[in-house]
Design a protein around this ligand. Structure first.
Ligand SMILES: Nc1ncnc2c1ncn2[C@@H]1O[C@H](COP(=O)(O)OP(=O)(O)OP(=O)(O)O)[C@@H](O)[C@H]1O
Ligand SMILES: [Mg+2]
Length: 434
C-alpha cells in the first residue's frame, strides 16, 4: 500500500531545520529584504531563542529594532499533529511557529508546508482511490471471466454427458433393433416365399372349385359362400404378399439403422454419378409425383471418397421424402450439384415445393423413428440413417423449410485433395514420376 501519509500527521516530519537567523537587535530596515524573500526569520542570540519574525510583525507598527516587532507566539511540540498546529496558527494569526523538543528548538513549521503536504496527501489519496478502484474493477472482470469460463465448462461437460448418454442409448437401441429385425426377418421370409406359392396354387384350384360349384351349387368356405369369396381370395393373398414386402422394407431400414459393420469408404467417385444413379432408380416415383423435376449437375466437381452405395441411399431417401411431400404433380423438385471451392466439398441441393416441415419438428427429423407418416408406413429411419452416412463421410446434412412452401436439403461431402499437376514445364514436386 502506497499511502503512508495521513491527513493528521506529526509536525516533526514537516519541520524546517534550515532557515535564516537574525539577532534581536538588528535594525528592521536591514532585515526587511531577506524577510520578504524567505517569509520568516528566526531571531536568536547566543543560542537563546527570541521568536519568529514574519512580514506582518513588522507591518503592524513602525519599529526600529527586530526585538520590538516580536509578538508572543506559542511554541509547538514536535509531537503535535498538523491539525492542532493549523488551529494554533489560525488563532494566533501567524503562518509560522517554532517547534520544540523539550527545551530545545529543533526548527520551525510553516502554514505553507502543512498546506502543501495536505494538497499532496489529497492527490495521493485520489490516486490511491483511483488505483484501488481500477484494481477492484480488474478483479471483478477477472472474476466475471472466471465465472463465464466455469459456466461454459459446466455447459460443455453437461452436453458431453448428454452426448454420452445419448450414444449409450443409441448403442442399446441399435442392439435391440438389430435383434428385433433379425427375429422378424425369418418368419417374414416364410410369408414372402409362400404367399406367391399359395396364389399360384389357388389359381390352379379355382377350375376344380368351379366344377364343384356347377355340379353341387354354392358351398361354404370358412364361413363364406364360395360365390362371394371366389374373387376375393386372390386379393387377400396379394395383400398378404404386399404386407410382407412392407415388413421386409421396414426390416431393411432397421438393419441400415443398426448396421454395425463399418462401410467401405475407400471408393473414389464422381458425386454426379451417385445422384444420377438415385434418380434412375426412383424414376417411376418421381414421374408419378411431379411433372416439374429438374436436374442440374456441375461437371467440375473433384472426386469424393466414400461408399457409392451408401451415398446413393442418402440421395434416394431425400428424393423419396421430397416426392412424398408434394401435394400434387404441379409442384416441383429441383436437384442440383455444385462445387464449393472454399471448403473443397461437393454440395448436393434438393429443393422441393412440398408441404414443408413445422418448426417444432425440424430438430427431430433426423432422430431415429421420428415420422409424421406412420399411417402410410413411414418408419422414421430414412433421415436418421442418411445423417449417419453423411457423418461417416465427414460431411454435413442440413435442412431449411417453410411450412406450406417447401423444403431444401443440403448435403456437403468433402472432395479428395486436389492432385498435383505433373507438367513437364513446371518444376516437379518430389513425388511426381518421370
Ligand atoms: N422433404 C420433406 N418435406 C416435408 N417433410 C419432410 C421432408 N423430409 C423429411 N420430412 C419429415 O421428416 C420426417 C422423417 O423423415 P424420414 O425420412 O427419416 O422418415 P419417413 O420418411 O417418415 O419414413 P421412412 O423414410 O423411414 O420411410 C418425415 O416423417 C417428415 O415429417
Ligand atoms: Mg423418408
Amino acid at each position: 500500500m502506497r499511502l503512508a501519509q495521513t491527513k493528521n500527521m506529526h509536525v516533526r516530519n514537516l519541520i524546517r531545520k534550515a532557515y535564516e537567523v537574525i539577532t534581536p537587535y538588528e535594525g528592521v530596515a536591514s532585515v526587511e529584504d531577506s524577510l520578504l524573500k524567505s517569509s520568516f526569520l528566526v531571531v536568536m542570540e547566543k543560542g537563546k531563542f527570541f521568536g519568529v519574525l514574519t512580514p506582518s510583525d513588522i507591518l503592524e507598527h513602525p519599529h526600529r529594532l527586530v526585538i520590538d516587532c516580536l509578538r508572543d507566539k506559542p511554541h509547538v511540540d514536535y509531537e503535535f499533529k498538523t491539525e492542532p498546529v493549523l488551529r494554533i496558527m489560525k488563532e494566533n494569526r501567524t503562518s509560522v511557529l517554532p517547534v520544540f523538543k523539550g527545551d530545545e528548538l529543533i526548527g520551525v513549521v510553516t502554514q505553507d508546508d502543512i498546506t502543501d503536504y495536505l494538497v499532496e496527501y489529497r492527490k495521493d489519496l485520489q490516486q490511491e482511490v483511483a488505483e484501488r478502484t481500477a484494481e477492484q474493477t480488474r478483479a471483478i472482470e477477472k472474476l466475471e471471466q472466471e465465472i463465464m469460463k466455469r459456466e461454459r465448462a459446466e455447459a460443455e461437460a453437461k452436453a458431453r454427458q448428454e452426448q454420452l448418454i445419448q450414444a449409450d442409448k443409441m448403442v442399446s437401441l441399435g442392439t435391440l433393433v438389430s435383434g428385433v429385425a433379425h427375429e422378424i426377418n425369418n418368419p417374414n421370409n416364410f410369408v414372402i416365399l409362400n404367399a406367391p406359392l399359395l396364389s399360384r396354387i389357388y389359381k390352379d384350384i379355382i377350375p376344380l372349385l368351379d366344377n364343384y360349384y356347377d355340379e353341387k351349387g354354392d358351398f361354404m368356405l370358412g364361413n363364406f359362400q364360395y360365390s362371394k369369396v371366389r374373387e376375393k381370395v386372390a386379393d387377400l393373398l396379394e395383400g398378404i404378399y404386399e404386407g410382407s414386402q412392407r415388413i421386409k422394407r421396414i426390416v431393411e431400414g432397421l438393419r441400415d439403422f443398426a448396421r454395425e459393420d463399418p462401410a467401405d469408404l475407400s471408393g473414389s467417385m464422381n458425386i454426379n454419378s451417385v445422384v444420377e444413379g438415385a434418380v434412375t432408380l426412383l424414376e417411376n416415383l418421381i414421374n408419378k409425383s411431379t411433372s416439374n423435376f429438374s436436374l442440374d449437375l456441375d461437371e467440375n466437381i473433384p472426386t469424393v471418397k466414400g461408399s457409392f452405395q451408401r451415398l446413393e441411399q442418402v440421395v434416394i431417401n431425400l428424393l423419396q421424402n421430397s416426392c412424398q411431400a408434394l401435394p400434387d404433380r404441379g409442384r416441383g423438385i429441383h436437384l442440383s450439384t455444385a462445387y464449393d471451392e472454399s471448403t473443397n466439398s461437393a454440395v448436393i441441393t434438393l429443393r422441393d415445393e412440398g408441404v414443408g416441415i413445422e418448426p417444432e419438428n425440424i430438430k427431430h427429423i433426423t432422430d431415429p423413428f421420428f415420422t409424421t407418416k406412420r399411417d402410410y408406413g413411414g418408419t422414421g429411419l430414412g433421415l436418421s440413417v442418411s445423417s449417419g452416412v453423411i457423418r461417416d463421410h465427414g460431411g454435413t446434412l442440413n435442412f431449411i423449410s417453410t411450412p406450406g412452401e417447401g423444403t431444401t436439403a443440403v448435403v456437403r461431402v468433402p472432395c479428395e485433395p486436389k492432385e498435383m499437376v505433373c507438367d513437364s514445364n513446371v518444376r516437379k514436386p518430389a513425388f511426381c514420376g518421370d
